[in-house]
Design a protein around this ligand. Structure first.
Ligand code: CA
Ligand code: CA
Length: 365
């Protein structure tokens, strides 16, 4: 196995039992094995336990700090970081599916829920927008504070790979890279100069909340995100319908070829693409599936009530947050999660080279 023979990884040194993890050493990262059919996207966890509680406090503190700043006045910098928004008409919609692609993810049962109207960013938050936020506030992301973040092995230079001694046991293509952050997506020897219109990467849930709060918005609930993804269509797989490539055209930045060894990039992109590179859905939203995963505000559970719900917000507490939409790394054989009903999760302090976000608000911003 690559992770053991080449990278000297301690495979399987962490076990996951009911959410409680144990680590084998002070310098080791929490690496959780997962099911073989997974892309491993949900396996990227920092040291658990007390850290999770701390991160929740930090998240709330960060949000409060930026909320206060926002409420004082809207600055030019804030306006410069705003995405165009579109109105998402509320009402009843079918949330989830009775024909789950990955049943273990809790995609079902399908349930009728009511969601109020809201506004949503038409695009994923870009590097340029996030830079505007950081320049104006001095914000430091959690990946920068921790000193590392998870990067897909195929994106790394040999120099960076040679320094890494760990991998995720069940998904050895994920490597914790020292110095990887939103400014340096593939580690210290990389930059975003040519990618300012690409989605920001390596942002934790709290980082996403901080940004959205600063622009006087918030993260979408999972229900809001999924309603928006469906673009006004009912019970379809993708934002544009049931066929992955209508008329042989690519409608999202996904993975073509053999995962994880060969990416043929038939859609034009090996890694992230500039936002809005593919057609918008019926609501005018771009990249709802593919490009990068998107954080939502909900805590993760695979158990859902079928009782009529109004603006469901998910469980009151948990250990992981829900992310939606899949990424440029998603391939049907490993990560059939580029569907509106698909979902996955990460601990709120996780960050990775395929995970970003967009914001919503009740009013037009
Ligand atoms: Ca692609
Ligand atoms: Ca996306």
């Amino acid at each position: 196995m690559l992770c053991c023979t080449v990278l000297f990884v301690v495979c399987g040194f962490v076990s996951k039992v009911g959410g409680a993890q144990s680590s084998s050493g002070a310098d080791t990262q929490e690496l959780i094995p997962g099911e073989a059919s997974s892309c491993g996207c949900d396996q990227l966890k920092r040291a658990a336990g007390a850290a999770e509680v701390k991160e929740e406090e930090d998240g709330a503190k960060r949000a409060g700090k930026y909320s206060k700043h926002t409420n004082e006045r809207t600055t030019e910098a804030q306006q410069g970081t705003q995405s165009q928004m579109v109105h998402i008409p509320g009402g009843e919609f079918l949330f989830g599916t009775d024909d789950p692609g990955i049943p273990a993810d809790g995609e079902g049962p399908q349930r009728l829920v009511h969601v109020d109207s809201f506004y949503m960013d038409v695009q994923e938050v870009t590097n340029q927008q996030f830079e505007g936020f950081v320049n104006a506030t001095g914000y430091r992301t959690e990946a920068e504070t921790f000193g590392d973040s998870f990067v897909f092995e195929g994106s790394l230079s040999e120099a960076v790979k040679n320094e890494i001694t760990q991998a995720v046991a069940a998904a050895p293509w994920w490597l914790p890279v020292k110095g990887a952050s939103w400014r340096h997506p593939e580690g210290p020897d990389s930059n975003i100069t040519e990618r300012m219109d690409h989605p920001v990467l390596h942002v934790s849930w709290a980082d996403a909340v901080a940004f959205c709060t600063w622009v006087n918005k918030r993260l979408p609930t999972e229900a809001e995100w999924e309603l928006a993804c469906r673009g006004g269509l009912k019970d379809r797989l993708y934002p544009w319908g049931n066929k992955l490539k209508p008329k042989e055209q690519h409608y999202a930045n996904l993975w073509q070829g053999d995962f994880p060894t060969h990416n043929s990039a038939e859609d034009g992109f090996i890694q992230t693409s500039p936002v809005r590179s593919f057609p918008a859905n019926g609501f005018g939203l771009y990249d709802m599936v593919g490009n990068v995963w998107e954080w939502t505000s909900d805590w993760w559970t695979v158990y859902h009530t079928t009782e009529q719900q109004h603006n469901p917000k998910g469980p009151l507490s948990g250990t992981d947050k829900v992310k939606k939409g899949g990424s440029y790394m998603c391939h049907k054989s490993y990560c059939y999660r580029y569907r509106c009903a698909a979902r996955s999760q990460n601990t709120p302090d996780s960050s990775a080279s395929n995970l970003g976000f967009r914001c919503v608000s009740q009013e037009q911003r």
